[in-house]
Design a protein around this ligand. Structure first.
Ligand SMILES: *[C@@H]1O[C@H](CO)[C@@H](O)[C@H](O)[C@H]1NC(C)=O
Length: 214
């Protein structure tokens, strides 16, 4: 291959890498006016910015625990407008002993998690259905590649605390069971797809009926 072709190929691959992340900011910061959609919205007048725009205090302690023993507070640009245009976000997750973070994925971000306290069975599944999982302990980090299914379970005797960060201001969250059974997909299709009787499907639908979110 000639050098020119190699250079063009390099530029092409490099551009793809750039396009795979949130857009680059074009100013120091852009505190979102209205944070609801999590998108790049109009910036608040930067002369009016204060340090409070860059501090979020809602992760000092765990939030409400779900029935699976999980409390997760996503610190994305929707609840922390100072993150707008900065291409990253954060999560604090706490798990009761035996608690689980059910299989889910983030369509727009890779996630790296750090175990602050506890022992957590953690893993992800690639598109060939290989599972990469093990127990990670206090002080260890694990990465969940963008868009891949992942999960966690507290296998210790104490509450576990996990901190995570994402390379998107708005990673999105799709929980597999809720997306499949809680979204209103036609019963006939789900019965065939998963080999379920109407009774079994009804049970799963009740369990995973979810409010619309993110
Ligand atoms: C931003 O706020 C400053 C200070 O209140 C004001 O002087 C300026 O006109 C505002 N800029 C815009 C674009 O509204």
């Amino acid at each position: 291959m000639s050098q020119k072709i190699l250079i063009i190929l390099f530029i092409f691959l490099h551009c793809q890498v750039i396009l795979a992340s949130d857009p680059d900011p074009v100013q120091d910061f852009c505190i979102a006016h209205e944070a609801e959609s999590g998108l790049n919205l109009q910036c608040k007048n930067s002369s009016l910015a204060t340090v409070e725009d860059f501090v979020f205090s809602g992760v000092k302690s765990p939030g409400k625990f779900s029935e699976t023993g999980l409390s997760a507070t996503s610190v994305n640009s929707k609840i922390f407008p100072g993150l707008n245009t900065l291409g990253m976000s954060f999560v604090r997750a706490d798990l009761e002993p035996g608690g689980i973070n059910p299989p889910h994925f983030h369509p727009r971000a890779t996630e790296i998690v750090f175990v602050l306290e506890g022992k957590v069975y953690s893993g992800f599944v690639d598109t060939q259905n290989r599972v990469f999982s093990r127990v990670i302990e206090k002080g260890e980090v694990m990465v969940f590649p963008r868009g891949l299914l992942h999960f966690q379970m507290n296998v210790g005797y104490e509450r576990a605390t996990i901190l995570g960060s994402f390379d998107s201001q708005n990673p999105g969250l799709q929980r597999i069971a809720n997306a499949v059974f809680g979204s209103g997909i036609e019963e006939g299709l789900l019965e065939k797809a998963f080999g379920l009787s109407p009774k079994e499907l009804a049970k799963l639908r009740r369990k995973f009926a979810s409010e619309h979110k993110e």
